[in-house]
Design a protein around this ligand. Structure first.
Ligand code: GLC
Length: 403
């Protein structure tokens, strides 16, 4: 079996980390399979794939296409997105001919596309009769332009893999049931996301003095995507009593090339200042070793204000045995049992989040209990060995029934 994986970036966002776990899982379970990666930029995704023995080709995306984000292809929010998309048409056609050539040389049995642009480009450029599997990591139903494009291409797609049941339901509705949709939860490397291992000095990373011993560390770990709930988190911090012995951390930095889809750290620092909590928050910026950062925290916060399609950070923090607070909507709500292996709050509810933080800062036993239960959950259900077991039959089925 030869599979070509197409990815519309070279950076490590959630979809790319998920892809690396898939590659590692398939590599271990199906050592005879030939897996290739085509990425639109060099970077940690490509080096990660290469280190797994997956040969990679970089086909740089022209800036006009790179900046056209999944958000940018969405007529809902920002005016003019459809126009941008149409303007990018000729550039896309030129790019497609290079991708077509690359795929012709690779001659895969299956193409696996990992991101909106590649779902469409993959279908345009696949060699004749080569099945394309879309791996959908986001909700598309509320994005009119993207929905329209996926719906109009869905008949030619062989199968869809969705990262949660919520996303599977959404994409099934968007594609009006014309293509089989398989929910496959992401999974992680339990040896990396483990309670034992190095810890990061978060205070040094943030350039602030070490707090008193006994200070509980509570961190939002996320990219700076505008919907990741940084504002909710900072507001929650501002609602907590001044003498509550904790320090808050914003862990993460800017990631996407797409304009308008993320906060800047400066904006968040200013917001912390306006809310009067600047002295209670450390901003670490991007940290390469997320597991070490999570192990340095007592409580890991996930605070997305929109339904989270999956929420890798939730299972990663559970893997590290940390107490987790998650925003309960979308796929994220499928991952936790609130009160048992995590605490939950409503998306955007700063007061609710503040209550969860306070309960955990005050109760060490609760933190330990949730951390242990979280670790047990990921050992049971989110070990990446599962990925090959779920995906291999899908690839085999589409390769046999080439459409
Ligand atoms: C996307 C989703 C996120 C998910 C990740 C991996 O980034 O927004 O929820 O964890 O993909 O599937």
């Amino acid at each position: 079996m030869k599979i070509a994986f197409l990815n519309p970036s070279g950076q490590l966002g959630g979809a790319e980390r998920s892809l690396l776990d898939i590659l590692a899982s398939l590599r271990a379970a199906e050592p005879g399979w030939d897996m290739r990666l085509v990425a639109t930029a060099d970077g940690p995704l490509v080096s990660g794939a290469e280190s797994l023995g997956v040969h990679s080709t970089v086909l740089p995306l022209p800036p006009a296409l790179a900046q056209l984000g999944d958000g940018g292809a969405d007529g809902a929010g920002k005016g003019g997105s459809l126009l941008k998309l149409l303007r990018a048409g000729p550039t896309a056609a030129a790019y497609a001919s290079r991708l077509r050539e690359t795929l012709r040389e690779l001659a895969p049995d299956v193409v696996h596309s990992n991101g909106f642009k590649m779902h469409v480009l993959g279908l345009w450029t696949r060699p004749r009769r080569t099945p394309v599997v879309w791996h959908v990591h986001d909700f598309v139903g509320r994005r009119p332009v993207m929905s329209m494009l996926l719906r109009s291409h869905a008949r030619r797609c062989a199968a869809v893999v969705a990262n949660s049941r919520s996303v599977a339901a959404d994409v099934t509705a968007v594609c009006r049931g014309v293509v089989p949709v398989h929910p496959v939860y992401n999974a992680i490397d339990l040896d990396v996301f483990n309670p034992a291992g190095q810890t990061l000095d978060l205070d040094a990373a943030a350039g602030i003095p070490t707090p008193h011993s006994g200070t509980v560390r509570v961190g939002l770990v996320a990219t700076l995507g505008w919907w990741k709930g940084h504002e909710t988190f900072l507001r929650a911090v501002s609602l907590l009593p001044r003498d509550l012995p904790f320090r808050a951390y914003v862990v993460g930095g800017a990631l996407y090339e797409t304009a308008d889809s993320q906060h800047s750290l400066d904006h968040l620092r200013n917001l912390a200042g306006r809310l009067g909590v600047f002295d209670r928050v450390g901003f670490t910026g991007y940290v390469p070793d997320a597991a070490a950062a999570m192990r340095a925290l007592d409580v890991v916060v996930h605070a997305s204000t929109e339904p989270e399609p999956f929420g890798l950070v939730i299972v990663e923090a559970m893997g590290c045995g940390r107490a987790v607070i998650a925003s309960q909507a979308g796929g994220a709500a499928e991952l936790i049992t609130a009160g048992e292996n995590a605490l939950g709050h409503r998306p955007g509810d700063a007061a609710g989040l503040a209550r969860c933080i306070e309960a955990l800062v005050r109760d060490r036993d609760l933190r330990l209990r949730l951390g242990e239960a979280g670790r047990a959950t990921v050992e049971r259900s989110f070990d990446r060995a599962r990925l090959a077991a779920e995906l291999a039959p899908i690839y085999r089925a589409v390769a046999v029934g080439r459409n």
